[in-house]
Design a protein. Structure first.
Length: 307
């Protein structure tokens, strides 16, 4: 009896300590990339729910509308024509679609799914992505970024993640063609995402200042220098380049002017991930004091570009 009580107490404590994550994207609920990220976060011990558009909603930025009936069915025939505005995977009720924009998927996840699956609590963090293709510089038109921004506006810290080399392919290809470049990239990016989330969420709350989100971009995977999640080096960046005398960033790596994310991602060599801190209300770079907060939280993860 005593042993059973201790086991039960441990399980309750473990459940309370689990970080609650809402996962979304703009490419749709049934892509290989989002399902690989879902599995990676779940297997890492996070309490995860997925709420993403029923179909590809790339490039829709912060647009919002009421969900409607899925006239032509969900992407990759994952729900039939005339399906309801919201629905779930028949094999996993934590995987959900919303037939509206990415921002609406986040709203549904925070307001409807989280209370149901997180015992009345909101998510601790929202992960948007990984997106198929980079989101660099001017990011206001990105649905991936729009979803992350909506989370921050709803009071939940967030990150938008994007990478190249991810085809817009069904999650079924992860098992049917596991060694394809797209499946390998999805699995690797899933692991990189876990590394980032682990580092950012390690030191308790608040995770980020109110109204702030992070934009992360990965270089493409390959079979040599970028073949595993551990190969990636995270670099603190800014969204846009700016004159040195006008834009003063946090001081790190011997300078108070961060490299812009495009320069890092397009570098000739290196397995890099750019990390830019931005304001959710306008998708512009955050100020130096806000960058400092993120730098402090990620100090064990971030690297400097080679000279």
């Amino acid at each position: 009896m005593r042993l059973s009580f201790l086991v039960l107490s441990f399980l309750v404590e473990f459940a309370l300590c689990q970080k609650r994550i809402l996962l979304t994207n703009d490419d749709g609920w049934a892509t290989g990339a989002i399902r690989a990220q879902y599995e990676a976060l779940r297997d890492a011990g996070y309490d995860v729910i997925l709420s993403a558009p029923a179909v590809d909603m790339s490039g829709t930025g912060p647009l919002s509308a009421d969900p409607i009936v899925v006239i032509d069915g969900c992407e990759f025939d994952t729900c039939p024509p005339l399906s309801p505005p919201e629905g779930s995977d028949p094999s996993d009720a934590r995987i959900n679609y919303v037939n509206a924009f990415p921002a609406d998927s986040v709203k549904f996840g925070i307001r409807t799914l989280a209370p149901k699956f997180f015992n009345g609590s909101p998510p601790d963090f929202v992960v948007s992505g990984p997106n198929t293709g980079h989101n660099l510089g001017i990011i206001i038109g990105s649905g991936t970024v729009g979803a992350a921004s909506e989370a921050a506006k709803e009071g939940v810290p967030s990150v938008a993640i994007s990478g190249t080399g991810l085809p817009h392919a069904s999650f079924t290809t992860l098992d049917s063609d596991p060694t394809s470049p797209g499946s390998l990239a999805a699995r690797i990016y899933g692991g990189v995402g876990v590394r980032f989330v682990n580092a950012l969420l390690a030191d308790g709350t608040p995770i980020l200042p109110p109204g702030i989100s992070i934009n992360v971009n990965y270089v493409g995977t390959n079979t040599t220098t970028c073949s595993s999640a551990d190969d990636f080096k995270f670099i603190l960046t800014r969204l846009l380049p700016g004159p040195l005398k006008i834009f003063k960033d946090v001081s790190t790596c011997g300078t108070n002017h961060l490299p812009d994310e495009s320069a890092v991602i397009n570098a000739a060599a290196g397995c890099f991930a750019s990390v830019s801190v931005f304001q959710a209300k306008n998708t512009l770079d955050a100020d130096a004091s806000t960058q400092q907060i993120v730098l402090d939280r990620l100090s064990g993860l971030l690297s400097c570009l080679p000279k």
